[in-house]
Design a binder for this molecule. Structure first.
Ligand code: CO
Length: 136
């Protein structure tokens, strides 16, 4: 079902400082920056080979990433797996009784379609599946 790890999502308090670290110090090319209102984040993608690091700054304390930061502090927020056909994978996950946060795909960063599995179903790891937009 899963093609590869598309990205690791990292919750940060200070996006510019995190960009400084990942882009300048660690040398990962910054390829995209976007505010995803639907997910309550300002997000940045940096390339690591065919995969990405996704830096996430919450737009407010009441957003999911805002609550995560308050509870746990900055750090790894989720792991995202790339899929070719998100509807087919969601149907398969439902058939296998995997608890989902999103029964239907929603809009993710850079025109992708994404859905989250419930961390209760995945040993505490918030897990995302992502079908990239055609041109990515
Ligand atoms: Co993500």
């Amino acid at each position: 079902m899963f093609g590869l790890i598309d990205h690791v999502g990292v919750a940060v308090k200070d996006l510019d400082a995190a960009i400084q670290l990942y882009e300048t110090t660690l040398g990962m090319p910054l390829v995209h920056r976007e505010t995803v209102e639907e997910q309550g984040v300002e997000a940045v993608l940096l390339d690591v080979g065919p995969c990405h690091v996704e830096l996430l700054r919450p737009l407010g304390e009441k957003t999911p990433v805002g609550k995560f930061l308050k509870r746990k502090g900055p750090g790894i927020h989720h792991v995202a797996y790339r899929v070719d056909d998100i509807e087919a994978v969601l149907a398969e996950l439902k058939a296998r009784d995997v608890e989902l946060i999103d029964a239907e795909p929603r809009t993710g960063i850079r025109g992708s379609r994404v859905a989250f599995l419930h961390p209760r179903a995945t040993d505490g790891v918030l897990t995302e599946i992502v079908e990239p937009a055609e041109d990515h």
